[in-house]
Write a protein that binds this ligand. Structure first.
Ligand code: ACO
Length: 400
């Protein structure tokens, strides 16, 4: 199509920007990214400091309310989140309607959407009290629903949450515990998972967050909007990359190709082969999250024992790539997904749960961005324009 024609037809007011690569759709004070320098901050705090010193529940408070909580505020917030972890018994019945082999992401998105039907008292997006209640409901119940989606896929019975446990510990027990036995949560695994959730907690206007905002811009309630975000994250170009990394490492291992030979395939663009877990639309420097994940991978895999051979392949691929002109010229560095799959796998999660873990991590960001949008007087219903490329006016056969 003719861009000059678009300009003249709209008086120069409409831009054609597929993927919104150059269009800001929101003002936001939540997350700052400098992709050239490899900087990520939540509410001004460097991701490195938060990953080392904070907890996921504190980061959730920070993202949603804008400030770090005092000790008392954190204790109260944590207690309230723990109090709401149970889901209505009828939601469990709802789970039994899905096919056994349903993907847990599809089940999770449906279950979150269904929360609107179970909690009609907290749906008004402009009622402060109702927004507060749905914030707690969603934060508290998402791990329960995610674990139920997992148990459903295994055909195993669902456990009730145990609210003496922390957010991450509770989730691990719900996933890996069985009713007849005690389940001892490994504190190091819980800490490592907590840190990974922090790293995923927000990333400004990515695809799923933009979806949450777009759905919410019609004044749709928080459950409906977040369910939309989960569906967007489900796509392999967004949340599914860590699964793709693991598949790539497995393929290299199974076919007995050396990492060096695989790199040649990538550089020659054979069969569209890419080095999965490398490159990012915004980061043209080392993804700061990837640096932290790499050191977590080093320590946690040593402790719980992962697949050493796959880790070795990953380390050799990274080493080769960082010294190779192809990657250097294109500013391709490992992204957050390069090592997360190896860690999740070592923790005992199957591949189809990887994106579900991402969703649990991203939830505070989705909630914070949705609330920010609802409070912004500049918010308008999302309604992009288009460039029409179809037929000119035609007569329907037989019409006068
Ligand atoms: N391996 C090999 N080459 C690559 C890779 C890669 N992983 N990523 C980009 N390139 C090359 C492209 O072939 C292209 O080369 P060319 O100029 O010779 O044609 C150049 O680098 C630019 O690539 P684009 O696709 O235009 O870069 P874009 O910013 O649009 O893509 C993306 C970013 C989609 C993340 C890409 O780097 C990629 O496909 N990476 C692998 C998948 C992945 O890890 N995704 C997770 C992203 S992080 C997240 O979602 C949480």
């Amino acid at each position: 199509f003719d861009i000059a024609q678009l300009r003249s037809e709209t008086g120069g007011h409409v831009t054609y920007d597929p993927g919104f690569m150059n269009t800001a759709n929101a003002k936001s004070s939540i997350t700052y990214i400098d992709g050239d320098e490899g900087i990520l901050r939540y509410r001004g705090y460097p991701i490195e400091d938060l990953a080392q010193h904070s907890s996921f529940i504190e980061v959730a408070y920070l993202l949603i309310f804008g400030e770090l909580p005092s000790e008392d505020q954190l204790a109260e917030f944590d207690q309230t989140v723990r109090k709401h972890t149970m889901v209505h018994e009828d939601i469990k019945v709802f789970f039994s309607g899905f096919p056994r082999d349903a993907h847990p992401m599809a089940v999770l998105a449906s279950a979150v959407s269904a929360l609107s039907t179970f909690y009609p008292d907290s749906l008004d997006p402009h009622d402060e009290r109702e927004v507060e209640v749905s914030t707690f409901r969603l934060l508290s119940k998402l791990p329960t629903l995610a674990a139920y989606a997992y148990k459903k896929s295994l055909g195993e019975p669902m456990l009730y949450p145990q609210n003496s446990l922390s957010y991450t510990e509770n989730f691990l027990r719900l996933c890996f515990g069985v009713p007849a036995e005690d389940y001892e949560v490994d504190p190091e695994i819980a800490k490592a998972l907590d840190q990974l959730l922090i790293l995923h907690a927000d990333h400004e206007q990515n695809c799923s967050t933009s979806t949450v905002r777009l759905v919410g811009s019609s004044d749709a309630n928080m459950f409906a909007s977040v369910s939309g975000g989960i569906n967007a994250l489900y796509g392999p170009k967004h949340g599914g990359a860590n699964e793709a990394v693991l598949n790539m490492l497995r393929r290299i291992q199974a076919e007995g190709i050396s990492p060096e030979d695989y790199m040649e395939k990538v550089k020659n663009k054979e069969e569209g082969v890419r080095l999965m877990g490398f490159g990012h639309r915004v980061y043209k420097n080392y993804d700061p999250r990837a640096r932290i994940v790499k050191s977590t991978a080093d320590s946690i895999l040593k402790k719980i024992g992962g697949d050493d051979e796959l880790l070795d392949i990953a380390l050799r691929l990274e080493e080769k790539a960082l010294a190779d002109d192809y990657f250097v010229e294109r500013k391709l560095y490992p992204n957050v997904d390069f090592y997360t799959g190896l860690i999740y796998k070592a923790m005992g999660f199957p591949e189809k749960m990887f994106t579900v873990l991402f969703a649990i991590g991203r939830l505070p960001g989705w909630i914070a961005q949705w609330r920010e949008m609802m409070q912004d007087s500049d918010t308008k219903i999302g309604r992009p324009r288009q460039v029409y490329t179809g037929a000119p006016e035609r007569r329907y056969p037989g019409a006068k």
